[in-house]
Ligand binder design. Structure first.
Ligand SMILES: Cc1cc2nc3c(=O)[nH]c(=O)nc-3n(C[C@H](O)[C@H](O)[C@H](O)COP(=O)(O)OP(=O)(O)OC[C@H]3O[C@@H](n4cnc5c(N)ncnc54)[C@H](O)[C@@H]3O)c2cc1C
Length: 416
């Protein structure tokens, strides 16, 4: 049944971590907000990620080392990257733009931009998780990146790079890794503990907790399919499956679905979908992991979660809605079992899409040709980390203020 049109100061489209964060931060500034999603909050990409709140993920994936790795991807059987040849041909422009950003001169400017965004976001996560009444969900145990080979040089280079930004990490040898994670088998020779990184035991439930905080602050959550976004006088009309909402401002935070709603307005967003998979397994109670592990050469992550050990896979480049291909996950699960003992799968494998722009930076800011339209998406591999500050930056911009970090590198006008 159609409901009567609803009105608000701001409509936020999408209740993933980015949309929920934007809605809460805008509501905190006293504006009326309607947050719309076809599902309950945090049930898509923001549900299935590895739950790492990473202080050190300032190095984009497209950096010079990518060129060295390219030959290993040609056979299309690497756990790190699978690519669909037909997709690659159709998206050759995105691929070339992505590679063009992988040069040395483009590393530091992007790392600096991400450092600001991540720093602001971690502060908000640590504050909001307490305010939302779920402080037990955050673990301040760091994140261990580990190498099976004698990769001391690679680990040291990463440590030095991070240290230049004031990000602390500790180099570990085999013994030190065993002391840190006593239940892990001794498969790693070198480790780098990102000691300022935190993690959560359920990213979906953290997003839901922030959404409850938004509702508790007087925000309105509406569950409905978003069908269209129409310019309406000096504001916007959002057509939903069961009615309409009107507002002066609209924030597009639809993650990997963001380009769809913007196309009719003449914006062609150069987004690719770095798809990834996870599966959760029953933990062995006497062989618990104490923190997330990133197997640098095995190309997987393993995080102890509320419902089990979550193993996440590398990148699959293909259409967002192409059928699932679980081969990367099948490749890494046996490797993960060789690191720590765990039991049977507790759920079916999950698939999601990291929404990625060619420079591996999100879009945060005003749409270039439409006043009152705000863009907040493209947070790629670190969107769970960066959601809160992405949302808070949009809230500041709507209020006519500068965000708490330099957001100039994220301006949508660089692509639109
Ligand atoms: C395997 C994997 C591991 C990852 N690990 C990490 C990690 O450890 N740390 C980290 O920081 N990040 C990680 N990420 C990245 C992170 O998950 C994403 O960047 C982030 O969740 C994106 O959030 P979002 O709010 O932009 O999108 P989403 O969470 O996808 O939210 C978009 C919302 O829009 C809604 N929607 C879309 N279309 C419509 C419509 N027409 N009508 C109504 N609603 C609609 C959807 O239902 C959805 O709720 C990982 C990603 C993957 C895939």
């Amino acid at each position: 049944m159609q409901s009567p049109p609803q009105a608000a100061d701001v409509i936020v489209l999408g209740a993933g971590i980015v949309g929920v964060s934007a809605a809460y931060a805008i509501r905190e500034r006293g504006l009326s907000v309607v947050l719309v999603d076809r599902k309950a909050p945090g049930e898509e990409t923001s549900y299935g990620n590895a739950g790492i709140l990473s202080s050190g993920s300032i190095l984009p994936l497209n950096r010079p080392s990518l060129f060295r790795a390219l030959p290993s991807y040609l056979g299309n059987n690497s756990a790190a990257l699978r690519w669909d040849p037909a997709w690659t041909l159709r998206n050759v422009e995105w691929v070339l733009r992505f590679l063009a950003n992988a040069v040395e001169s483009r590393v530091r400017p992007r790392a600096t931009a991400l450092h600001g965004l991540i720093g602001a976001s971690l502060k908000l996560h640590r504050d909001w998780i307490v305010r939302s009444g779920e402080p037990q969900r955050i673990r301040e145990t760091g994140w261990l990146k580990a190498w099976r080979s004698e990769a001391l040089g690679a680990a040291k280079a990463e440590q030095d790079f991070l240290a230049a930004y004031g990000i602390k990490s500790e180099l570990l040898d085999r013994q030190a890794i065993s002391a840190l994670e006593p239940n892990m088998l001794p498969v790693y020779k070198v480790g780098l503990l990102h000691s300022q990184t935190a993690s959560v035991d359920s990213p979906g439930n953290v997003t839901k907790a922030y959404a409850r905080m938004f509702e508790g602050a007087g925000g309105v959550l509406r569950q409905s399919e978003i069908r269209a976004l129409l310019s309406d006088g000096d504001g916007w009309r959002v057509v939903l499956g069961d009615g309409e909402v009107r507002a002066r401002h609209v924030v597009v935070a639809l993650g990997p679905w963001s380009p769809d709603i913007l196309r009719p307005l003449g914006y062609r967003v150069p987004m690719a979908f770095e798809r990834g998979y996870h599966q959760e397994f029953a933990p062995n109670p006497s062989r618990q992991l104490l923190r997330p592990i990133h197997d640098a050469e095995g190309s997987f992550l393993m995080t102890p979660m509320e419902n089990g050990v979550r193993v996440t896979s590398g990148v699959e480049l293909t259409d967002r809605d192409a059928p699932s291909n679980f081969s990367q996950l099948e490749q890494v699960v046996p490797l993960a079992r060789g690191v720590v003992e765990f039991g049977d799968a507790v759920a079916q494998p999950w698939r999601g899409s990291r929404p990625s722009l060619p420079d591996s930076l999100p879009m945060i800011g005003p749409a270039p040709r439409h006043p009152g339209l705000w863009l907040a998406f493209g947070n790629q591999h670190i969107g769970f980390t960066t959601g809160p500050a992405t949302g808070a930056a949009i809230a500041a911009m709507i209020a006519g203020e500068a965000p708490s970090f330099d957001a100039s590198a994220f301006a949508p006008g660089r692509y639109l």
